[in-house]
Ligand binder design. Sequence first.
Ligand SMILES: NC(=O)c1ccc[n+]([C@@H]2O[C@H](COP(=O)([O-])OP(=O)(O)OC[C@H]3O[C@@H](n4cnc5c(N)ncnc54)[C@H](O)[C@@H]3O)[C@@H](O)[C@H]2O)c1
Length: 338
Amino acid sequence: MQPLRLGFIGLGYITVNAHLPALAPLAKSGQVVFTAFCDAQEDTARSQAAEYGVNGVYTDHRAMFEQEALDAVYLCIPPTLHTDQLTLAAERKLAVFVEKPQTLDLAQAVACTTALDRAGVVSQVGFMSRYYPSAVAVRRRLSERTPRHALVQLLYGGRPVRYWTSRYELCGGTFVENTIHMVDLLRYFLGDIAAVSAFYVPRTEPDGEHGWNLPHVYNVNYRFVSGATANVTTSRVLTQAGGSRRQVTLVSDDSLIEWESNKASENGELVWQDEAPANPFALQAQEFVAAAQAGDRGRPRSPYAESLNSLAAVLGANASAEQGGKLIQLADLVAGKR
Ligand SMILES: NC(=O)c1ccc[n+]([C@@H]2O[C@H](COP(=O)([O-])OP(=O)(O)OC[C@H]3O[C@@H](n4cnc5c(N)ncnc54)[C@H](O)[C@@H]3O)[C@@H](O)[C@H]2O)c1
């Protein structure tokens, strides 16, 4: 089989630290070839191209698409900077991997869904938590239970380190930028989300060198299509305490499951433990490459269209909090009503 020719748009933190290392063994074995790197910062694109022996270096994705023969593209740039990258990739019938959150503009996400579906291309959003073996084990177990509710607590420590992740208008806040992973994981466990109501504790004074303006606390309630409910609480107030917490609890009739990235317990008994540390980015990359090579749109665990509900769920939380906790139906939000 011919190697999959990959182009990258955005050679920042996640590409350099997660995706390229995850794909490197596949490049070594000849399954993929790193064909072209595009970053708005030419030095960034050039230095990574030198590292990975890539000839095609670009600062504009349109030039990359026009000049390179590609089979697939990774889009890993901040969500407010998405323009026509995905629709152009779809027109060229490229398989697309796009980092979460897909965009902060649901109308744009709907347009991208249409373009990708019309083109019939393979797509995957970077919800890599679905690739933890422990997540697969919990999903299997829950399919034999009657889930009633879920609780997620994400109490972050420290401060955001980059300008765009410090600003609500650029990243959508911590709930959108970070908690989206756990919201998507809840969907992997419990199915689609129908409605949301949220209260946030706003940060009234900009803080720190980046003028940090993200809410202190996000309290979000979800109702699933199945009728189950969830409460997801996120905060960013433990800046100096040196501690943090991530708890995911799923409660079914006579079953209390605690999920962690490498293990899971039910009613206090360990029911899953990884034998060796799993790298969800590597597993996600293998699945995306295999799906793109086979043209199998059903193979990735989080295709673009399937992931729209996760995006709507976090943007819906923001919309609700901005309107005093108003109950938001996600179908209305996707249709353009707030
Ligand atoms: N899955 C995860 O756990 C995870 C972790 C971190 C980030 N992310 C996501 O990955 C995406 C990128 O985040 P990051 O941390 O790598 O950001 P970053 O700021 O480190 O890097 C972004 C890069 O994109 C480049 N860029 C910006 N606009 C561009 C454009 N129009 N064309 C080409 N290059 C452009 C920038 O120059 C920069 O090098 C975001 O959506 C973020 O939410 C996911």
